[in-house]
Design a protein around this ligand. Structure first.
Ligand SMILES: C[S@@+](CC[C@H](N)C(=O)[O-])C[C@H]1O[C@@H](n2cnc3c(N)ncnc32)[C@H](O)[C@@H]1O
Length: 162
């Protein structure tokens, strides 16, 4: 896999970076390399996009980790922790504007200079939408009202929450 662009953010190191987009109001810039620019056509008809990227500042991994929001060891694949075998992260962010090969986005939770691997439009309807369980995260993230549960559950799956 090759990077198709770079994500620029206000965050220079891991400790200052929000743990998920739902905890971030930060605005960032996504530069798509010019050879891929035509692939951005129609992207600005979507309010949110999924950024898929490499945790390039992560080294190695453990199969059991202590997640940011927990005090117990959890299997790495039951978390969004950055130190994982393939170092792939995803964030659902609000798309504010497209200017040529540049996207301005809000809700960024990555370090400045993160290599971008792919972009997809965020479509809640493509998610499962019912009988969602959030495992060890139950009770650890903000309460959502009953009428928001479906949307929030979909957001969880797509990476808006940890
Ligand atoms: C918990 S991860 C969640 C990222 C993404 N929303 C996901 O669910 O895959 C977010 C944390 O990863 C770390 N991080 C962000 N960008 C990184 C990068 N490029 N390399 C290594 N770690 C990074 C920061 O500590 C940040 O707080």
């Amino acid at each position: 896999m090759k990077a198709i662009g770079i994500i620029y953010s206000p965050f220079q190191n891991k400790k200052d970076t929000p743990i998920q987009p739902y905890r971030s109001h930060a605005v960032g810039t996504v530069e798509i390399f010019e050879k891929y620019q035509e692939g951005l056509d129609d992207i600005d008809t979507f309010s949110h996009i999924i950024l898929i990227y490499k945790f390039h500042k992560s080294k190695g991994y453990r199969l059991k980790v202590m997640p940011f929001l927990d005090e117990n060891l959890r299997g790495i694949f039951a978390t969004r922790a950055p130190r994982r075998p393939n170092q792939i992260g995803l964030s659902v962010v609000r798309l504010l504007k497209r200017k040529g090969n540049i996207l301005i986005v809000k809700g960024i939770d990555v370090i400045n200079g993160t290599p971008l691997l792919d972009i997809k439009p965020y479509v809640p309807e493509f998610g499962p939408g019912e009988d969602i369980k959030i495992g060890w995260l139950e009770g650890k993230i903000r309460h959502v009202g009953k009428n928001q549960i479906r949307q929030k559950a979909l957001d969880l799956i797509m990476g808006v929450c940890l």
